[in-house]
Ligand binder design. Structure first.
Ligand code: HEM
Length: 413
């Protein structure tokens, strides 16, 4: 890979990793304190403006779904970050409900087709089996299994090869930029600069892949090959779509797989039902197990929306809340999926719950466009793992709020 023009030093998350004491407090905050505080808010003040801030936190099931569903009243605030990252044309998650959004979605669906799922499944299966065989009974399930599966899908299915020397900065760059987009909405010159540095590696890998495919066309079962062969769109749009489908994918998948596996390893019921599903190759039940695990330990506390105009929340209910114009609204799917008003005995692991209780992939307008891809990948990764009766060696280790290492031993097949 040629070095990105203008880049000083390649971005690395290792340079930003919190020390052990700071990490202890971050983990405490994310795993214990935020869920506790949001639980209290959900009970007593489900729509709550944090004093002296511009932020309104929404924590109950009904109000969270209402904000998700009213996308014209509560649009997303991410366009400013997208502009700072020189990401042009913009992509779905930063877009409002306009004709341009629906046109983009249509093109994305022409490229990432539902009929590709068998191909993705095969990649996930092959890489999971190969990594587990190679590791011979002991593996870091996040870095040495879940990450390689995700990267293999980007390489073989998207048609974006990640050079060996770029693997770590590419991964770190994606994780960091996801934090910049969807984390705190207070942007500083420092956070902006570091996100710009982080994304430059990812742009370079994508641009190199498109250039290479212009010279040596890729097969039509890859995204780039299909886009070029069917002339779905120009390279400027293709590069934006690839960025979106990598940024929406790699960090969420890594977070989701780590959180789900942690729950499965620590809940006797989840483990027993998951292992039995793996043995029978029952993909439907495996998916239920993983979804329920993600409901219990969701990947992030919430998502952002804004109010360009003042809004009433709670339309048709007994209690409405006024939200002023110009607020940032933080909607917590994590809290909503534990709301006892809608989810019976929410702390109990129960894979047979109604699909209506889940907001793992969002709800309504911005509903995850990669949900089916993530589902088949998780079915394969967890089937490969649970067939081998894995056991955790110590606790899951975090880097900031990202699950980073989860060492296990397992039965060799
Ligand atoms: C288990 C893994 C995943 C989880 C938990 C997840 C979660 C989500 C959530 C919650 C949203 C809605 C965000 C909002 O309303 O603000 C979303 C949207 C999105 N996701 Fe995923 N996602 C996952 C995997 C993927 C994959 C594999 C891809 C790409 C292949 C992807 C691409 C996207 C995109 C592009 C959007 C924006 C859609 C739109 O605005 O219309 N995600 N995802």
């Amino acid at each position: 890979m040629t070095k990105p023009s203008g880049a000083t030093k390649t971005f690395s998350l290792a340079d930003q990793r919190p020390g052990p004491v700071a990490q202890f407090f971050v983990t405490l905050l994310v795993r214990k304190l935020i869920p506790f505080v949001f639980g209290v808010l959900r009970r007593f003040a489900p729509v709550f403006r944090f004093p002296f801030t511009n932020t309104v936190i929404v924590t109950s099931f009904d109000y969270v779904q209402e904000v998700f569903a009213r996308q014209k009243d509560f649009p997303v605030p991410y366009q400013k970050q997208v502009d700072l990252l020189d990401w042009k044309p913009t992509f779905l998650l930063a877009m409002k409900d306009t004709p341009a959004y629906w046109e983009t979605l249509e093109q994305v669906k022409k490229l990432w087709c539902a009929s590709d799922l068998d191909f993705v499944r095969q990649i996930a299966r092959d890489v999971s089996e190969a990594e587990l065989k190679k590791a011979d009974g002991r593996i870091d399930a996040i870095q040495d299994l879940m990450v390689p599966v995700t990267e293999a899908v980007i390489e073989r299915y998207y048609g974006v090869p990640i050079p060996e020397d770029a693997k770590q900065p590419f991964f770190d760059g994606c994780m960091h930029v996801a934090g910049f987009l969807f984390g705190s909405q207070t942007l500083t010159p420092k956070s902006t600069k570091s996100a710009q540095r982080a994304i430059s590696v990812v742009w370079q890998v994508i641009d190199d892949a498109i250039d290479a495919a212009r010279k040596n066309p890729l097969p039509e079962n890859t995204i780039i090959g299909r886009c070029h062969a069917l002339k779905v769109t120009d390279d400027a749009h293709l590069r934006s779509y690839l960025m979106g489908m990598i940024m929406g994918y790699l960090p969420t998948n890594t977070l989701a797989n780590g959180h789900a596996f942690d729950v499965i390893l620590s809940s006797a019921d989840a483990y027993r039902i998951g292992c039995a599903a793996a043995e029978r190759e029952d993909h439907d039940m495996m998916l239920r197990v993983v979804r329920e695990a993600l409901r219990i330990s969701y990947i992030l506390p919430g998502l952002w929306r804004t109010t360009p105009e003042a809004q009433d929340l709670g339309i048709g209910s007994t209690k409405t809340y006024k939200i002023e114009k110009g607020r940032l609204v933080y909607i917590s799917g994590m809290s909503a999926m534990k709301d006892p008003r809608r989810i019976e005995d929410p702390d109990r692991f129960d894979p047979d719950r109604s699909p209506d209780v889940y907001m793992v992939y969002g709800h309504g307008f911005h509903y995850c466009v990669g949900a089916a891809i993530a589902d088949v990948m998780m079915e394969e990764i967890f089937t490969a793992l649970l067939r081998r009766e894995p056991r955790a060696v110590g606790k899951m280790v975090f880097n900031g709020n990202f699950p980073w290492n989860l060492n296990i031993t397992y039965r060799n097949l």
